[in-house]
Design a protein around this ligand. Structure first.
Ligand SMILES: NC(=O)c1ccc[n+]([C@@H]2O[C@H](COP(=O)([O-])OP(=O)(O)OC[C@H]3O[C@@H](n4cnc5c(N)ncnc54)[C@H](O)[C@@H]3O)[C@@H](O)[C@H]2O)c1
Ligand SMILES: O=P(O)(O)OC[C@@H](O)[C@@H](O)[C@H](O)[C@H](O)CO
Length: 385
């Protein structure tokens, strides 16, 4: 069995690559980072160090690597005979993966079982987005002749994998916890064998609970912590003011996922407590800059703050904790992060209602619009606008 995995970064090596390896797949990593690919090609193994209670070292071997920026034909040849193709490149990079998958679907024969395609990104229905990007590259007549050569399944992936210091090796430090939920219906009776993943009939509760609890809480910790000058996530969460702000935001998103998906409130409270323990893991060298990265993406309409806040406002439920976290996100001013630079430029150049429309995708007339305009206006006042 062979899997081609796009994105040999933190979650690629420390989670998806590891679980596919453990499931018996030969993993072919595809990445545009030439130095990283060179290191993978020169190595025959790397180690995933799980740090924290119950953690152990796990060895990944039987992998190969291919530079997808310079060897498109080699990549397509690998995909043409692969069983599985996964991604962990970031939701906004999926459109650059689509042409490779299209070329492979055109080259695959109907004698092979369909290629299993799963995007493992922090985004709702990322695999559907990838499928639509591929389909959009074809004529309407061609897509129906190719679609049966792949099975597209959405997934929810959860494991904290910090940036790796120095970025000169291959070993990865991760938390012991992980969860990989994959939707079952696209596979009919024959889901792929990945023992450490679990297949679910309806992914929506899993991905929304994950994104709006783990990622909302994580991003709130990062942005509130950044404002107070913290570098590490665990240090930020140890500050009572940050912890209280995170708790407020998570109380609101928990009320939403409980109301929307019929989750058990006590189980959701336990899930929330567990993720706060995970963030507080002192052995995990995670930073507010990594967790807060790409604030324009994180402030967009379907993402971890504005997504649940708009839904809550439409239901007449409280959103003050989320608004406070959004206010902190608007102050994320990290010169090394291009999206933070663009966000600060937008705050300086545009009127508050335009920022709410352009960055957050919320239009006037929406029940949250005026509150968002007020939060943006306060951040702009701090900038002297
Ligand atoms: N790190 C985590 O804790 C974590 C956990 C769950 C989900 N995720 C999600 O996984 C995805 C990746 O996150 P990460 O933390 O591993 O980021 P990362 O930056 O460590 O890795 C991304 C990798 O993708 C590569 N890449 C970029 N463009 C590419 C392209 N066109 N083709 C092939 N490779 C390309 C980069 O070179 C990099 O090696 C994101 O969607 C993230 O939200 C991350
Ligand atoms: O990857 P992002 O930028 O969407 O979010 C940053 C972190 O919250 C995220 O990577 C978490 O560590 C991960 O989602 C935990 O499963």
């Amino acid at each position: 069995m062979k899997a081609v995995h796009f994105g040999a970064g933190n979650i690629g090596r420390g989670f998806v690559g590891l679980l596919l390896h453990d499931a018996g797949y030969e993993v072919v990593f595809a990445d545009v980072d030439a130095a990283l690919i060179g290191r993978l090609q020169a190595a025959d193994r790397y180690v995933v160090h799980e740090v924290g209670p119950g953690g152990r070292d796990r060895v990944v071997d039987r992998f190969r690597a291919i530079d997808s920026a310079t060897d498109a034909s080699g990549l397509v040849a690998e995909l043409t005979t692969a069983d599985v193709a996964t991604t962990a490149v970031g939701p906004r990079v999926l459109r650059f993966i689509a042409p490779h998958l299209l070329a492979a679907l055109r080259a695959r024969t109907d004698q092979l079982p369909p290629l299993v395609v799963m995007a493992c990104e922090n985004a709702i229905n990322a695999t559907d987005v990838l499928r639509d990007e591929i389909a959009a590259l074809t004529d309407p007549e061609e897509w129906p002749t190719l679609a049966h050569r792949a099975v597209f399944a959405n997934t929810a992936v959860d494991r904290i994998v910090p940036g790796q210091p120095g970025e000169t090796g291959l070993d990865v430090t991760v938390e012991p916890f992980f969860e990989w939920a994959i939707e079952r219906p696209p596979f009919g009776d024959a889901p792929p064998v990945i023992p450490d993943a679990h297949f679910v009939d309806d992914l929506a509760p899993y991905i929304e609970r994950k994104l709006f609890t783990v990622n909302t809480g994580h991003a709130a910790t990062a942005y509130l912590g950044y404002r107070l000058g913290y570098e590490r996530i665990s240090d930020a969460l140890a500050d009572p003011a940050v912890a209280a702000g995170v708790e407020r935001a998570l109380a609101e998103t928990s009320a939403l996922v409980v109301a929307k998906h019929g989750l058990d409130p006590e189980q959701q409270a336990g899930y929330r407590a567990r993720i706060l323990e995970r963030f507080a893991n002192p052995e995990l060298p995670d930073t507010v800059e990594r967790v807060g990265r790409q604030p324009l993406r994180k402030l967009s309409r379907k993402e971890r703050f504005v997504g649940p806040a708009t839904d809550l406002a439409e239901r007449g439920m409280p959103v003050d904790g989320l608004l406070a976290a959004i206010g902190a996100a608007l102050r994320f001013d990290v010169a090394a992060d291009p999206e933070a630079v663009d966000l600060q430029a937008a705050l300086r150049a545009e009127a508050a209602p335009a920022v709410v429309r352009d960055v957050m995708g919320v239009e006037s007339g929406h029940p949250l619009f005026d509150s968002l305009v007020a939060v943006v206006g306060e951040a702009q006042a701090d900038l002297g606008r």
